[in-house]
Design a protein around this ligand. Structure first.
Ligand SMILES: NC(=O)c1ccc[n+]([C@@H]2O[C@H](COP(=O)([O-])OP(=O)(O)OC[C@H]3O[C@@H](n4cnc5c(N)ncnc54)[C@H](OP(=O)(O)O)[C@@H]3O)[C@@H](O)[C@H]2O)c1
Length: 295
């Protein structure tokens, strides 16, 4: 099959590209950096250098594809919801113009919820645009839970305060996922598509923040590492000090408060995925390597 991947050689797209190439598929990888071309070729894939915001580039790149994998990247400035809507419209227009019939979209847990879920509402917007604009296309929405790698955001507070700060609950388990466990799900969705629109959650482990702190602390030799619950205002202040996008910070804190206070995982439980093999303990070993390297 001829398959086009967005997401360059990022966490999910790199293992996805490798697995597709090994299965004998003709894979094109989109990156907005020409420097990535040699590494993409070394994987056995074809680089397409351009931006996912460029509809004409995407249309040309998608020509003749049997399936495409679409993801968004972090919005750096401006209204995150409008940026998500615009990106989905660009993707839909390019898919339509190129006549592609199979789309796999990297969505997220929370995509079933409205503005009450804060930042994650972007995924309901994107799934909605693709569904409305592409009625004749098979759409598979992959909804991972929280990436283990989000925990790298706590490296500084772990080193300085022996603390992982969150406005989340300290007693409810959160669902976590490794990109290594997402890639095979995407490969299957691209190569053995289901007709119509489907939603699939992907998760690897379920752990509370104190359990996360205990495992990471053991891995880095910091037995007193603690999860510390902050108020929404305190969390917002901490995040605002390092992220200038005020709207994103507000929506991020709102998202976590929703997870803390509401039944955030109700839809996930109704479509409970088999947990992937990569556990938090495995991620803790990777985390420890990064932590030691930065010392
Ligand atoms: N964090 C979570 O808990 C969570 C949960 C659910 C879903 N998600 C989704 O997962 C996504 C991240 O996936 P990932 O970890 O595989 O991504 P990633 O490692 O951040 O890689 C994304 C790559 O996309 C490329 N890129 C960035 N801007 C581009 C542009 N304008 N045009 C073309 N390529 C561009 C970049 O590579 P080049 O420099 O080579 O272009 C970048 O490395 C998030 O954006 C979110 O939508 C995240």
């Amino acid at each position: 099959m001829k398959i086009i991947l967005t997401g360059s050689l990022g966490h999910i797209s790199k293992p996805t590209a490798s697995q597709l190439v090994k299965l004998g598929h003709e894979v094109t990888v989109i990156s907005h950096s020409a420097k990535r071309a040699a590494e993409i070729e070394a994987l056995g894939a074809t680089p397409a250098i351009g931006s996912i915001t460029d509809e004409a580039f995407l249309t040309a790149t998608f020509q003749g594809a049997d399936a495409v994998y679409l993801m968004i990247t972090a919005a750096s400035a401006g209204d995150i919801f409008e940026a998500g809507r615009r990106q989905a419209q660009i993707y839909a227009a390019a898919v339509k113009a190129a006549g592609v019939k199979q789309v796999v979209n990297l969505s997220s847990v929370g995509a079933n919820l409205g503005p009450e879920v804060g930042a994650l509402h972007i995924y309901q917007i994107i799934e909605g645009v693709l569904t409305t604009e592409l009625p004749d296309v098979n759409l598979t929405f992959i909804r991972p839970t929280g990436m283990f790698y989000n925990l790298f955001g706590s490296l500084t507070s772990i080193r300085q305060d022996h603390a992982i700060y969150t406005n989340n609950s300290l007693t409810k388990a959160s669902s976590w996922v490794a990109p290594a466990d997402i890639a095979p799900v995407i490969v299957k969705a691209l190569t053995a598509p289901t007709a119509g629109n489907t939603v699939q959650y992907v998760a690897s482990d379920e752990k509370t923040y104190p359990e996360v702190a205990q495992l990471l602390g053991a891995a880095i030799g910091m037995p007193d590492l603690k999860a510390v619950q902050l108020s929404d205002d305190e969390m917002q202040q901490r995040l605002s000090a390092v992220n200038p996008n005020t709207q994103f910070v507000e929506q991020f804190v709102k998202m976590t408060a929703y997870e803390r206070d509401q039944d955030f995982y109700a839809d996930y439980r109704q479509h409970q995925p088999v947990l992937g093999p990569t556990k938090l303990a495995d991620f803790a070993a990777t985390f420890a390597q990064v932590y030691q390297q930065q010392a």
